[in-house]
Design a binder for this molecule. Structure first.
Ligand SMILES: Nc1ncnc2c1ncn2[C@@H]1O[C@H](COP(=O)(O)OP(=O)(O)OP(=O)(O)O)[C@@H](O)[C@H]1O
Ligand SMILES: [Mg+2]
Length: 354
């Protein structure tokens, strides 16, 4: 194995936020040194933090391990180098608004109505309760739920022009920064978008926002697994995803679509785990009873089937629906359902840092 070969291997590592150009062509690979069963690669990143830096370091290491003879030691170092002038990416938006966001995580599902927005909103609140700086982008341009679930309907994000971009300032409540296309629609007005417009609108909800310093930015993805998703995952530097499902066996096929969306070779982003929503029903007056109305352990079986961690099980309880409708997320409470979301948040943090 020689330097030239290793450069070839590293061309398999694409930068998802740079139109999938590989790290060699992008000039990120600064140097490769080979000797004594040991490969040392240096990746150069601009001063502005690249949210995908850790991902690219890991991907570069895996690419070399894939090809190198067994036992080769691989070291990937990073240095800071002044960037070439920044190119505008998505409809003339840069990734600048995400510069100080450490983890961008998509909350996805194979199909609609499984409680994805409920999980996303409560996860955001639970992370904030644990002291993290959190934002949530409601990328469901067809049916934005964040304004209702947080009782921020009618709030209007301020616009701050800077560097030729009109930055939207997120709405802050419960210690979370919220952004939703719902803030730009008249209450009750149906949002009708054609494919490409929907796609651009939702990218704006993520890229044209003044998030500032965040530990976690959660993206409530639109339901389904279509072109919009692929394009979103390509243009937004999602670090990985969480998949929400209900426990029925028939949901397996939907989860598979969701899993494929992130694991297919063009996207290849980690899935931090599965959340089983509506895992059992607990009536308010019998808080210790569990009725497995969609079947027991479906989530656990699915997680095993796909080799995913089961990050959490959220019961169906009336208070989750009611608190969603009332705009007072369940994760604010110390009821069992609130604690379930706090535990989910802890597991996610561990999975992301793991
Ligand atoms: N664990 C739960 N217990 C009780 N009600 C729940 C639970 N999870 C979700 N719901 C309720 O189910 C409905 C659908 O949930 P939600 O809007 O979160 O689903 P979604 O997957 O985001 O849907 P969509 O695909 O339309 O975006 C809401 O009324 C919500 O309050
Ligand atoms: Mg939703």
């Amino acid at each position: 194995m020689n330097e030239r070969e290793i450069f070839e291997w590293l061309k398999e590592v694409e930068h998802p936020a740079q139109g999938d150009r590989n790290i060699v062509d992008l000039g990120i690979v600064d140097s490769v040194v080979v000797g004594d069963g040991r490969v040392t690669v240096t990746l150069a990143f601009p001063k502005r933090p690249d949210p995908l830096k850790n991902y690219l370091v890991g991907a570069a290491r895996s690419a070399i391990y894939r090809h190198a003879p067994g036992g080769t030691e691989v070291e990937v170092e990073t240095i800071v180098k002044d960037p070439a002038p920044k190119k505008k990416t998505v409809n003339d938006l840069t990734l600048e608004g995400l510069a100080n966001v450490r983890h961008i995580i998509g909350i996805a599902s194979g199909k609609g109505g499984v409680g994805k927005s409920t999980v996303a909103v409560n996860l955001a609140v639970a992370l904030a309760r644990q002291g993290f700086k959190v934002g949530l982008a409601d990328a469901d341009v067809y049916g934005p739920s964040v304004p209702i679930m947080t009782d921020t309907e009618g709030a209007t994000p301020e616009i701050e022009p800077a560097d030729g971009t009109d930055w939207m300032v997120p709405i802050e409540k419960f210690g979370v920064k919220w952004m939703s296309i719902g803030y730009f629609a008249q209450p009750g007005q149906a949002l009708i978008w054609r494919g490409p417009m929907a796609c651009n609108a939702l990218k704006q909800m993520i890229l044209q926002v003044k998030w500032e310093d965040l530990d976690f930015l959660l993206v409530d993805m639109p339901p389904g697994t279509g072109d919009i998703h692929i394009s979103l995952v390509n243009d937004i530097p999602l670090e990985g995803a969480v998949i929400v499902t209900t426990p029925q066996d028939v949901a397996l096929a939907d989860v598979e679509k969701g899993v494929d969306m992130f694991r297919n070779k063009n996207i290849n982003r980690p899935i931090f785990g599965l959340v089983e929503n509506m895992a059992w029903f607990t009536p308010e007056e019998l808080p210790d009873n569990r009725y497995y109305i969609f079947g027991k352990d479906g989530g656990r079986r699915m997680a095993e089937h796909f080799g995913l961690e089961l990050l959490g099980q959220i019961p169906i309880v009336q208070s989750i629906r009611e608190s969603g409708d009332a705009g007072e997320p369940a994760a604010l409470s110390s009821r069992p359902d609130g604690l379930a979301f706090l535990e989910l948040a802890s597991r996610l943090v561990a999975a992301v840092n793991g």
